[in-house]
Design a protein around this ligand. Structure first.
Ligand SMILES: Nc1ncnc2c1ncn2[C@@H]1O[C@H](COP(=O)(O)OP(=O)(O)OP(=O)(O)O)[C@@H](O)[C@H]1O
Length: 236
């Protein structure tokens, strides 16, 4: 089971008819069990790339091979919950085959048990993100895409949710691709970090993180970040 990405070019035509290249060359492969983290400047084309990988946009030059029959789950920056359905129904509608035990386990890890009967309008952004993540994991995906799942949360909440994501990722061998602006999150969660240039996005470096995720203490993370800074990976 392998994801192969070779996007040579992707352009949009703006309202005034001008073509604008958004992706200028991104190629990598991810194996089952691997977590790839994409880091790049704002507006460089990360969400555009994720839409291509998810199969939502086929208007590009290049080739993407998703694993045959792979079940895909995607968590967008905004949680996109059904407002008139409870938390539990939002998850069950997306994953009708989920067992009560599996649901309880996911809600347990994501600290959602007390919110099963709440409606999306009653939830903070952090809780709504958790529900979107619960929905994604309930589907038991083979390929999981997370677009900035920790953005706009305060530091403590982001750290908790990051640990919860790490726990859920460890519970299932899938291909995970996560986008973030934070080198700290990238180093804590990734097996490989893909550093993109400013628009049009090109893959500048694919950096493996050799220390196993479970052994990434604060000290280990600080050392990895210092090493990356020393190697001065330029992002432009
Ligand atoms: N449907 C579209 N039509 C025209 N231009 C688009 C479209 N979607 C995205 N763009 C442009 O493509 C560029 C890249 O957008 P994209 O959302 O992929 O960047 P990003 O790296 O995810 O940004 P951010 O870090 O801010 O989330 C932007 O300049 C955006 O305006």
């Amino acid at each position: 089971m392998r994801l192969e990405v070779d996007i040579r070019s992707k352009s949009f035509t703006s309202a005034n008819g001008k073509r604008q290249e958004v992706i200028g060359g991104i190629a990598f492969a991810l194996q089952r069990g691997e977590v790839g983290v994409v880091v790049g400047p704002s507006g460089c084309g990360k969400s555009t790339m994720l839409r291509i990988l998810a199969g939502l946009d086929s208007d590009y030059q290049g080739h993407v091979a998703r694993p045959d029959g792979a079940r895909l789950a995607m968590v967008f920056q905004e949680p996109r919950l059904l407002p008139w359905r409870s938390v539990e129904d939002n998850v069950r509608l997306a994953a009708p085959d989920v067992t009560d035990d599996r649901l309880a386990a996911i809600f347990g890890v994501l600290e959602l048990d007390a919110h099963r009967t709440h409606f999306p309008g009653e939830l903070s952004l952090g809780l709504a993100r958790r529900v979107a993540l619960a929905r994604a994991f309930a589907v038991e995906p083979d390929f999981l895409i997370l677009d900035e799942p920790l953005a706009s949360l305060d530091d403590a909440l982001a750290a908790r949710l990051r640990d919860e994501i790490a726990m859920l990722v460890a519970s299932r061998p899938m291909i995970t691709l996560l986008v973030t602006h934070s080198m700290d999150d990238a180093v804590r969660l990734g097996d490989r970090i893909f550093l993109l240039s400013a628009r049009p996005a090109r893959l500048l470096h694919a950096v493996p993180i050799e220390v196993p995720r479970a052994q990434r203490s604060n000290d280990a993370v600080a050392a990895i970040k210092a090493d990356l800074a020393r190697r001065d990976f330029s992002m432009s």
